[in-house]
Design a protein around this ligand. Structure first.
Ligand code: 0XW
Ligand code: MG
Length: 368
């Protein structure tokens, strides 16, 4: 199998019920990039990357497309099933930009699954279950509204609640944490995700004030070093999300005793190939983690779900998808849908998604 054409599409994703409110940013509208690989045997495969704006991480939509333009010409004629060679080729022409490389990596996994007639999860060692748990992000709001949202989602069937915190007083964060914790039943897990917003002082104050509440602190502060300085000073496990920028950092964070778990994003670390390695390192070190992504449509959701389905339940914190905030699906029949806080793996090979390409208009870039 050889890549004979690469198309890149730009697709707007306005946020339903905007804004998606986090500690440091409100999200109103996102810009997704879709990669389409055409192969000499007729196989068509897809990948997607959708940064969460341009301030969540050092990523942005135009950067993704510029990086793809840098790499695409070198990939024509290559075998997409030789995924290690594809990643080596991308690294040989462009340093970094893992969030852009991820779209190519995912498309190559999609192509490989389609060639062999199996789902990506089956290529990753097999699904441990056909129905995968998600988690719900309770956005920045009053303690009362946060508790009401958490209670509603718990009733829907979500096994885990992620409460967005930060960007307000320590007292307000403590009140929201306590209000949400008060409505959660035993067995429904809780994370307080500051999305980098807290100072070390705020993180310590909030954690110590809430030390009776079983939860994890997700990405409390902005930098790896700030979060590392919290070890021994906070009363809760620390999960790194935005700071877990690649496999090497995940290994270091475990080895240095900084991370007790992770919020992992497929695109941030470079795609399914890298997330598979993170999965296995976290399994060996017994560090629970999510398998999500920043944002995106069915292609991003399916990539996260295909990997999430292979994580041992004892080490899995769920797969978040943007579906509730995205209008419509790329694949009307097998698009990834939340159902009572869980998702079903699609039956088809590769990602299991057959997108309606007409939704994306003409490609903004193409190579053949
Ligand atoms: C909840 N998420 C996976 C979705 C948004 O992209 C933010 C992210 C997180 O956990 O930070
Ligand atoms: Mg997070």
């Amino acid at each position: 199998m050889k890549i004979t054409a690469i198309d890149v599409f730009q697709h707007d994703l306005p946020v339903k019920d905007a804004p998606y409110r986090m500690g440091l940013q409100d999200v109103w509208h996102l810009d997704s990039t879709i990669v389409r690989l055409e192969c000499d045997d007729g196989t068509v495969a897809y990948g997607e990357t959708c940064p969460l704006g341009s301030t969540y991480q050092p990523q942005h939509a135009l950067g993704a497309r510029a990086a793809l333009a840098e790499m695409a010409p070198y990939l024509l004629g290559m075998d997409p099933t030789a995924i290690g060679r594809i990643n080596a080729a991308m690294d040989s022409v462009l340093m970094g930009h893992l969030y852009a490389k991820a779209a190519i990596d995912v498309a190559c996994w999609d192509a490989t699954g389609k060639l062999y007639g199996v789902r990506i999860c089956d290529l990753l060692g097999g699904a441990v279950r056909e129905r995968v748990p998600s988690y719900h992000g309770v956005l920045i709001a009053s303690p009362e509204d946060s508790a009401a949202d958490a209670a509603r989602r718990q009733e829907e069937g979500f096994p885990r609640i992620q409460l967005k915190v930060g960007g307000r007083s320590v007292e307000e964060d403590i009140a929201a944490i306590r209000a949400v914790a008060a409505v959660l039943r035993p067995g429904v897990r809780m994370a307080a995700d500051a999305n980098k917003a807290w100072t070390t002082s705020a993180a310590i104050q909030v954690s110590q004030a809430c030390q009776d509440i079983p939860m994890v602190l997700e990405q409390p502060c902005a930098s790896y070093r700030e979060n590392a300085s919290l070890v021994g000073k906070v009363a809760h496990p620390i999960y790194l999300d935005e700071s877990a920028v690649d496999l090497a950092t995940v290994v270091a964070a475990i080895g240095e005793g900084v991370a007790d778990g992770f919020g992992m994003k497929v695109s941030r670390v470079g795609g399914i190939s890298a997330l598979r390695a993170v999965r296995d390192v976290c399994a060996a070190a017994r560090r629970p983690h999510t398998v999500d992504d920043t944002w995106g449509g069915d292609l991003v959701a399916a990539a996260s779900l295909q990997v999430g389905a292979t994580v041992d339940p004892s080490n899995f914190e769920g797969t978040w998808i943007a579906e509730p905030y995205v209008d419509g699906h790329y694949d009307a029949e097998h698009g990834i849908r939340l159902d009572g806080g869980w998702m079903d793996l699609p039956p088809g090979p590769g990602l299991g998604i057959t997108p309606d390409e007409s939704l994306w208009g003409d490609p903004v870039m193409t190579w053949s």
